[in-house]
Write a protein that binds this ligand. Structure first.
Ligand code: SAH
Length: 463
């Protein structure tokens, strides 16, 4: 190695160039990328150089170079394309302490300028010690192609984020973070959202790395929706994509479980309404245990986890064990079901409130404010109401509800075997017995399917 590559600090320092023609311009184009103070000295100076001077990019001294012109210069370029003149000015600059380069004169130069790939602040310098400029250009072209133009932006933003990343332990963890930023998350963020997308991407990435760093795992409490995989949220899909362990309800469909990461362990914690069941405490313990083993656990619940999902018990168990968690909402059975019958859950002039009620709770048939529900126009979505239909019907009629109040039962909402049964309060119990529903069903008290609504309204008028 006859020439040793270094990156010279030139910010605020002088670089002097003697010459005003093509060779001078070629070097100046490179030098203007630096933050150095440039001075061009020559008796005859090209128009472009004058233009750059008027733009404040360099200073001009329009005469032949004289002793004193290169004082305090870090670098000096002789670019007169005239051997005798180049030798003369180089001698002056050399005497004044600048490092000297004579364009196209390797033997008499103290340094040479490499081919440069500029992704500022990332700079690649390529040198062949003058032996093979063609090769240098080919390598440069190759690198230009391979290094995304966004690299400079990423490096600049990454630098401003270095401090935040110190929360990660030094060494491999930090290196992993930066390499996924530069080669994955960063370019993706720029492609999707441009420069403003980079900081949010860095923040998300850092969160993920911090999370991955604690050995305690993490739990996503995820709503799986009513069954149709297209009704999953993107967040739910992403969580399934990353899951090490999926612990799911009986009502979660196979189609949705298919979306879990291939390597994920799938555990059925299904509780059959009245049949044998895994106790809630056992489910809580199972979730906590897998998280403490360092896994990313997805606790997958039908519909929305916040609706009749015993979510709070699981959260309490996670908090007691100091496990990090996140709730990812889903589409609850009631929302998906009204969409199918073309009705709103609330409607101006009909009902300004809607109750989500359960037919039974842990203690048996659930009691509600029946007198309030019996008022005209009331709407309730009854979950887990199949077995308790007769009880609910009896209570409502006893409190004066209109026997002709529409009732709609929707079984297997959003699934291939979905079924809609439109009836009235009076007919609820016999209808359900006759229908002998096998799948999950939600019952709407006070709502008829839109296409039957007018008819039912007529019936009510005569009742
Ligand atoms: N967290 C769920 C509810 C769980 S309770 C949600 O938000 O939907 C279980 C009850 O939900 C079932 O008994 C049934 O009444 C209702 N349910 C859940 N999925 C359903 C579906 N696909 N079709 C009809 N009812 C459903």
């Amino acid at each position: 190695m006859k020439h040793f590559p270094i990156f010279l600090a030139v910010e605020g320092r002088r670089i002097v160039l003697s010459g005003g023609g093509d060779a001078a311009m070629a070097k100046l184009r490179l030098l203007m990328k630096t933050e150095a103070h440039l001075t061009v000295i020559a008796a005859d100076i090209a128009d472009d150089i004058h233009k750059w001077a008027s733009q404040g990019k360099l200073r001009i001294i329009e005469r032949a170079m004289e002793p004193g012109d290169a004082l305090c210069a870090a670098l000096f370029y002789a670019a007169n394309e005239d051997d005798a003149e180049d030798a003369r000015v180089s001698a002056i600059a050399n005497a004044e302490g600048a490092l000297v380069n004579i364009v196209d004169n390797l033997a008499d130069s103290q340094f040479i300028t490499p081919a440069i790939v500029d992704r500022d602040p990332v700079t690649v310098a390529i040198g062949t010690e003058g032996a093979a400029p063609v090769l240098a250009r080919a390598i440069k072209a190759d690198l230009e192609e391979r290094l995304p133009t966004s690299l400079g932006i990423l490096a600049r933003i990454g630098k401003s984020f270095r401090h935040a990343v110190e929360v990660l332990p030094m060494g491999r963890k930090r290196r992993d973070f930066w390499s996924s930023f530069y080669f994955n998350a960063g370019p993706k963020a720029i492609a999707e959202a441009g420069e403003p997308g980079v900081i949010p991407a860095l923040e998300t990435l850092l969160d993920n790395h911090i999370m991955a760093d604690t050995n305690e795992g993490h739990v996503d409490l995820v709503g799986a929706g009513p069954g149709d995989p297209e009704l999953l949220t993107l967040k739910a899909r992403n969580a399934l994509d990353k899951a090490d362990v999926v612990i799911h309800d009986r009502l979660v469909t196979g189609e949705i479980l298919e979306l879990a990461r291939r390597e994920a362990i799938i555990i059925d914690a299904g509780k059959t309404g009245f049949g044998p069941s895994m106790k809630q405490e056992d489910i809580d313990a199972l979730i906590v245990q897998h998280a403490l083993d360092g896994h990313h656990v997805v606790r997958l619940k039908a519909g929305d986890p916040t609706v009749f999902g015993r979510l709070d018990e699981e959260i309490e168990a996670l908090e007691a064990a100091d496990v990090s968690y996140q709730i990812i909402p889903g589409i609850t059975a009631a929302s998906a079901a009204v969409a199918i019958i073309g009705q709103s859950l609330t409607k101006r002039g009909r009902n300004s409130a809607v109750r989500l009620i359960t037919g039974h709770d842990t203690k048996g048939y659930a009691d509600h404010d029946w007198a309030a529900l019996a008022q005209p126009g009331e709407v309730a979505a009854i979950y887990m109401g199949k077995k308790s239909a007769r009880f609910i019907q009896g209570r409502l009629l006893m409190h004066g509800a209109d026997p002709a109040t529409p009732v709609t039962i929707i079984e297997n909402v959003s699934r291939a075997d979905q079924q809609i049964i439109a009836t009235t309060l009076a007919e609820l119990e016999p209808t359900l017995t006759q229908a002998d529903l096998q799948g999950p069903a939600i019952t709407f008290y006070g709502l008829a399917p839109r296409d039957a609504a007018s008819q039912i309204e007529n019936i009510r008028e005569f009742a």
